[in-house]
Design a protein around this ligand. Structure first.
Ligand SMILES: Nc1ncnc2c1ncn2[C@@H]1O[C@H](COP(=O)(O)OP(=O)(O)O)[C@@H](O)[C@H]1O
Ligand SMILES: N[C@@H](CCC(=O)OP(=O)(O)O)C(=O)O
Length: 374
């Protein structure tokens, strides 16, 4: 089966739509555009496919009711706008899906839901049950509680992680532009890429600047990152304009098709490797580097030679080799100021001296991803 055929026959599709595709020029929700999107999604459902919609637009939808004309720069006002706008957005979707007899359900996610093991399992179960019940999940980041340090900030990468979580066989990224160009088409003279088969095809692509709408956040860069996350996990991606959603879902040659480059991996930690910023660095001696990268062992205090950065238990940190090169990223089990006293010591000694809770790994192997070495 060709990748185009895979697209046309996809049975579980994650569709991500950007703020710029859902709102009017002055910032409110555009009912006609929501309706057109819902009609396209209902069409795929009618042919038996399951759909998960990742929809931006909460902040944009909340601007007008708050008397704001542009997306605010400060996080607190963005959160307030999202709080007002999310309800309005979901209300619009409910009304439109109801015309097709489709029940929609709201799912608001945080970075933690995508990284912490228990949350990830919980999110997986929720999606699985919703889909079993025939519900169409409408996902957004939980903007009102996400803080700037632990925030996706854009829904492109969130959509890629959701696609992996729900084992989707297609990710469709919808925007106000009809595909990926070799430069920002708003500046003219750019050419669209029909297909991206490997990372090398992206070498000549420039992704600076986000659209003219003033409501989108990620621009093209985060869409390319999202496409790389999904294709690296074996999921094909189509990037196109929301007006072309129905044609893209039918497998027509529209937009940019990103071919899968890797295979699905049983990891909930894609986010860690691709899209999060480490809050600190832990330096490993050569033996610990081998243990972590070759034997896939947990990181213990004995193999650590230094710590930098300010992090608390649960934060992402980079594990670096003796030359300072990051070799893995993981969720750390200690605060930065607890670690110096433990360095180089065996867990056995630490447990005897400080108590059984100090027997825990610094980074558990299940919370660790290896970084590509370049
Ligand atoms: N190489 C590129 N190809 C296509 N669009 C690009 C490129 N570089 C920048 N852009 C801009 O990115 C915009 C889409 O990003 P954004 O406004 O964040 O969308 P959304 O709200 O859909 O997430 C396009 O309107 C386009 O002007
Ligand atoms: N969670 C935010 C989405 C952030 C955003 O604007 O993303 P996007 O338009 O996809 O670049 C919202 O609903 O407003």
């Amino acid at each position: 089966m060709t990748v185009r055929e895979q697209v046309a026959r996809a049975s579980r599709v994650v569709v991500k739509v950007g703020s710029s595709s859902l709102t009017t020029a002055d910032g409110g929700i555009d009912p006609d555009r929501v309706r057109a999107l819902v009609d396209a999604l209902a069409g795929v459902r009618a042919r038996g496919a399951e759909v998960v919609l990742v929809s931006s637009g909460a902040i944009a939808a909340g601007l007008a009711p708050l008397g704001l004309s542009r997306r605010p720069g400060d996080l607190a006002t963005q959160q307030a706008a999202a709080s007002v706008g999310q309800g309005m957005l979901v209300h619009r979707y409910n009304e439109e899906f109801a015309r097709h007899g489709v029940v929609a359900g709201q799912v608001l996610l945080t970075v933690d839901d995508m990284t912490r093991r228990s949350h990830y399992r919980n999110a997986y179960r929720t999606f699985a049950r919703l889909l079993e019940l025939g519900v169409l999940p409408v996902v957004n980041e939980n903007d009102t509680v996400a803080t700037s340090e632990i925030r996706f900030g854009d829904n492109d990468r969130l959509a890629a992680l959701v696609a992996h979580l729900v084992h989707a066989d297609l990710l469709l990224l919808l925007s106000d532009v009809d595909g990926l160009y070799d430069g920002n088409p708003a500046n003219g003279g750019a050419t669209m890429l029909g297909e991206v088969v490997s990372d090398a095809d992206l070498d000549a692509v420039r992704t600076g600047g986000s659209g003219s709408s003033g409501v989108g956040t990620g621009g093209m860069q985060t869409k390319v990152e999202a496409a790389r996350i999904a294709t690296g996990a074996g999921i094909p991606v189509v990037l196109t304009a929301s007006a072309l959603a129905d044609r893209a879902l039918a497998g027509d040659h529209v937009g940019t098709l990103f071919h899968p480059t890797g295979r699905r991996r049983p990891t909930r930690l894609l986010w860690l490797a691709h899209a999060t910023e480490a809050q600190g660095r832990i330096s490993l001696d050569a033996g610990a580097v081998r243990a972590v990268t070759e034997r896939r062992a947990s990181l213990l205090p004995a193999g650590i030679t230094g710590v930098s950065g300010s992090f608390v238990g649960g934060d992402p940190v980079d594990l670096v080799d003796p030359d300072g090169v990051p070799v893995a990223r993981g969720l750390v089990n200690y605060d930065a100021d607890e670690l110096p006293a433990l360095l180089g010591r065996s867990t056995h000694d630490l447990a005897r001296e400080l108590g059984a809770s100090y027997e825990r790994e610094v980074v558990h192997r299940d919370d660790l991803v290896l970084l590509p070495r370049g």
